[in-house]
Design a protein around this ligand. Structure first.
Ligand code: PLP
Length: 952
């Protein structure tokens, strides 16, 4: 019997704390605060229809029974998803460890050195295995990685608009690439036979080669070289979609002439998760690094000359370049990239080769036996996948294997694909043989079928890949790295727009359940009955909560939801003959992904100004609508705005855009301020994305995974993303993710959150989020002016603190304050978004009063430190702010020449007393001092440097 509701655990402040907070902000109760804050035009709706809340144990019981309704069997379907064994030390100490999964994206590098090192290992692993020098830190999946490679190639080659795809490309990749290409007016051609012939008869800007192919076929190195040569002769770039495990044995793309290599790192120990989340990868040849999409970790040095990691070349990214960005990717797949990199760290190059040989050996033994029994094996050369021809009998064979617990791929009526993964057992292999009617004991290893493609070059030679092979060593390496980072398990992460709230343990546990974690995305529908229920319930609840007709959970990040939503708008306009509607209005304060996504959807961005009080300037909006009336496709607005206020004009704004024939896209990233109080689908919006990794408790993972579902009005339902391998009725647009249900493996988290909170709990959470933000604003505004407020001087769920006057008077910048907060034991708020020179604070409902006060006290103390610089007590060039953060090395140095004490440097809130995190033994020590960003960009190193390279 649970005697406490889950909502009472999720929400930080106890009743007495809540009352003290209400008193300070001047509201009678939570309802009064809401009435003071939100425009009455958007509230006051009927009660939400959600089931009564479940207790934590009831939710787990229900989820266990849903997991049991799936039939994972042994997945031998292949197509980019492979059985693997997640080392338990990685599962428990990365995927299930809050020190890793509750971290934020490493924008504050001084407190992110652990995950940055893990990501650098990932980049080194990808660069080594592909033999291309520069690899990024994680794309969303293989299919979108190919699409990103397509646009990269398009930016860097100037030869026509045809993208040529190998006939043996994964079907979901073809579909995702088509979706993306269509909006950009690029012409996708799939070669209908020999790729060399196709190159000869086209003028492509890029050629995609899948190797090994979807059918399992492994091309000889010479054949691949000939393809690359032919493509290059025509000025086209060569994109290799490849398999990391195969690359331990076969010639890597960088050695046969590919310019770009992409793929998925799933089979490096990441569970199948019914299709995701998994980290995609991309590596490029030299000179393409500045066009690379997504994040890139680089090596720099700190203020003391110590080697330090940071995100490099950020000026390519959406948050800076907006509509000129190399990609719209924001939240990526960091946690999964970390897990995959650790698989390589744990096994090392020899271990990976053993795994690859075992997989290949089992596949070739199977091919031998099938051939001996008279079954035709189609390809002579393959790595892990055998394609068998059984004319007219394919369905029967697949069915027989399924009955014996193995999922094979039904290619067509005559052909069956069998892909061997690391998890295959001798019983599985016997079951496969039996399904083909082959008797006798299976052999474990047949002769090599790699043909003329063997790899000769070394890889993973950096010591990190040969140091941590015992479990003790591995455990300590993981612990050491996570200890270098500041995550939610240590203290508040008050990041505006990112909603770093509780990720409850009960929500997290089910992701590892058998049935959820080990299901292949392309099993027959009947074998995914549990997921079907979970997804239908979650989509239904999200539709109810947002007031939309339907929700699709396919997009695997907010950015991908934006693209899917805008493509729905595009499809709608085109269905009405309005091809010319391509203008997307975007307020100046919008998140960078909005503009980048609009460009990817083939739209032209027109910026709408903000007024002095931060709202969308309705006069400017009217003017822009008048200019572009016939071309108007949509407006993208965030609500409440990125300025942290509930704009009064939202209903009028929706009306103006609709009157001109445009659609209203409400960016739902700030739904944590609305849930249970107002519904975008009812106050005038046509489409929204939500960020389940913000409002709905999926942890941030250090920069991903995420889920970015879209909700749409009835008229847009036909344009929701579909999928070629899972027909969903009435969803006519192409897919935006490789897997039909995107990052299905983490949906149980959000399902559990909603199921356990219920309608009242969710409303209460929102009210507490508003209360916490208004509390912080009230406590801090006399020290740092709150830049924007709405009705009655209220903020929404976050507030912007204006440091610009202080910077002007003292020279102390937002950066200095952010870094000094580390000494006080905090993660910095969001810096300089959406207004340069400001800090945006979002406390969320999950922080209790002690932690909110600890943060406010720290900010007030820092204000006092700034005052000491202003008055000249401390020199502008030598004070605890500009020198922050202070490392142990610094404060224990033999010499100390600063005008403030070591004690003040490291323990600014004292040594004793105070809540957890503030003092003494709880002190978080940053592993490096302030990092030199410009140095890292000038001297780009983005794979593990030799250990001695940066000796200080
Ligand atoms: C986080 C965010 C996005 C992007 O979402 P991702 O999941 O990171 O891709 C878009 N808009 C706003 C306002 C956001 O805060």
């Amino acid at each position: 019997m649970d005697t406490e509701t889950f909502a009472a655990r999720h929400i930080g402040p106890r009743a007495d704390e809540r009352d003290r907070m209400l008193a300070l902000v001047g509201a009678a109760d939570l309802d009064d605060l809401v009435a003071q804050s939100l425009p009455s035009t958007i509230t006051g709706e009927a009660q939400l229809e959600l089931p009564d809340p479940l207790s934590e144990s009831e939710a787990l019981t229900r989820l266990r029974s849903l997991a049991a309704e799936n039939n994972p069997g042994r997945a031998m379907i292949g197509l980019g998803y492979h059985g693997t064994i997640t080392p338990a030390v990685i599962r428990r100490n990365v995927l299930e460890d809050p020190a890793w999964y509750t971290a934020y994206t490493p924008y504050q590098p001084e407190i992110s050195q652990g995950r940055l090192e893990a990501l650098l290992n990932f980049q080194t692993m990808i660069a080594d295995l592909t033999a291309l020098p520069i690899a990024g830190a994680s794309l969303l999946d293989e299919a979108t990685a190919v699409a990103e490679a397509m646009t990269l190639a398009r930016r860097t080659t100037k030869t026509g608009n045809v993208l040529l795809l190998d006939a043996d490309t994964l079907p979901q990749t073809v579909a995702v690439v088509r979706t993306r290409a269509e909006a950009l007016n690029l012409d996708v051609r799939v070669a209908d036979g020999d790729l060399l012939d196709a190159i000869a008869s086209h003028q492509p800007f890029a050629v995609v080669v899948q190797t090994p192919g979807a059918s399992g076929r492994l091309a000889a190195t010479q054949e691949l070289q000939a393809i690359a040569d032919a493509a290059h002769a025509k000025g086209a770039a060569v994109i290799a979609a490849c398999d990391l495990l195969a690359l331990t044995l076969v010639t890597p793309p960088g050695e046969w002439g590919a310019d770009i290599a992409v793929g998925s790192s799933q089979r490096f120990g990441v569970p199948l998760f019914y299709g995701g989340p998994h980290a995609g990868f991309i590596a490029v040849r030299a000179k393409l690094e500045r066009s690379l999409p997504g994040r890139l970790v680089g090596v720099s040095k700190d203020a003391d000359g110590v080697q330090a990691y940071r995100l490099a070349l950020q000026t390519r990214e959406q948050h800076i370049r907006r509509e000129k960005a190399t990609s719209n990717i924001c939240t990526a797949q960091v946690l999964l990239a970390v897990a995959a990199s650790m698989y390589a760290v744990y096994h090392g190059p020899q271990g990976l080769v053993r795994i690859a040989n075992a997989v290949h050996g089992a596949a070739s033994a199977l091919a031998e036996d099938l051939t001996a029994a008279g079954v035709e094996v189609v390809h002579e050369q393959f790595f892990d996948t055998v394609l068998a021809r059984v004319p007219g009998r394919a369905a029967e064979v697949v069915q027989a294997a399924r009955a014996a617990g193995v999922h094979l791929r039904l290619v067509d009526a005559d052909q069956v694909g069998i892909s061997i993964g690391q998890d295959a057992t001798v019983e599985d292999l016997a079951a496969v043989r039996a399904a083909f009617g082959v008797a006798g004991d299976p052999a474990w290893r047949g002769p090599s079928r790699l043909g003329e493609s063997s790899r000769t070059s070394a890889y993973l030679t950096h010591p990190v890949f040969s140091t941590h092979h015992s479990e003790t060593a591995m455990l300590r390496y993981l612990r050491a790295l996570s200890d270098r980072d500041f995550a939610l398990d240590r203290g508040m992460i008050p990041l505006g727009s990112c909603t770093m709230k509780l990720n409850a343990t009960t929500e997290m546990e089910p992701i590892s359940y058998p049935g959820f974690a080990d299901l292949h995305p392309f099993v027959p529908g009947a074998d995914a009955a549990g997921y079907a229920i979970l997804i239908a319930e979650l989509e239904g609840w999200l539709a109810e909560l947002t007031g939309y007709a339907k929700v699709s959970i396919q997009p695997n990040a907010g950015s991908q939801g934006e693209l899917a939503g805008l493509l729905a708008v595009r499809g709608y306009h085109r269905s009405r003959g309005d091809e010319q509607r391509t203008v997307c209005l975007i307020p100046s304060s919008a998140h960078g992904t909005n503009a980048a996504s609009a460009v990817m959807a083939g739209m032209k961005v027109v910026v709408v100004k903000a007024t002095d009080d931060g709202s969308v300037d309705l006069d400017d909006l009217r003017a822009k609508i008048a200019t572009h009336r016939d071309q108007l496709a949509a407006i993208m607005v965030t609500y409440p705005s990125t300025h942290g206020v509930f704009e009064e004009g939202i209903t009028e704004l929706c009306g103006l855009v609709h009157d001109a024939g445009g659609q209203v896209y409400v960016d739902g990233a700030n739904l944590n301020a609305l849930l249970g109080l107002a519904r975008p689908g009812r106050f005038g919006a046509d489409v929204s994305h939500l960020n389940l990794h913000k409002t709905f408790c999926i942890p941030h993972g250090g920069g991903g995974p995420g889920v970015g579902p879209i909700g749409v009005g009835a008229h847009l339902v036909p344009y929701l993303p579909g999928h070629p391998l899972a027909e969903v009725e009435g969803r006519g647009n192409g897919p935006v993710s490789a897997a039909p249900y995107g990052s299905a493996g983490i949906l149980a988290i959000s399902w559990a959150y909603i199921a356990m909170m219920g309608a009242d709990g969710l409303r209460s959470a929102t009210q507490h989020a508003l209360l916490a933000a208004n509390y912080v604003a009230a406590r801090l505004t006399e020290h740092y002016p709150v830049l924007y407020t709405g009705r009655n001087g209220r903020v929404a769920h976050e507030c912007i603190l204006d440091l610009r006057p202080l910077t002007k008077a003292s020279g102390i910048t937002v950066d200095d304050v952010a870094k000094r907060l580390i000494d006080y034991g905090f993660h910095a708020p969001t810096m300089s978004f959406p207004v340069a020179g400001t800090l945006m604070v979002e406390p969320t409902e999950s922080e209790n009063l002690a932690e909110l006060d600890r943060f406010c006290d720290a900010m007030i103390a820092i204000r006092g430190e700034i005052a000491a610089v202003e008055t000249g007590d401390w020199p502008g060039a030598d004070n605890p702010l500009v020198n922050a953060p202070h490392t142990q090395a610094r404060v224990t140095a033999e010499e100390w020449h600063h005008p403030y004490s070591r004690r003040l440097a490291a323990f600014p809130s004292g040594l004793h007393a105070g809540p957890i995190g503030a003092t003494g033994a709880d002190k978080y020590w940053p592993p490096v001092a302030r990092i030199d960003g410009a140095f890292g960009d000038r001297n780009l190193i983005c794979t593990c440097p030799p250990p001695e390279a940066f000796e200080a």
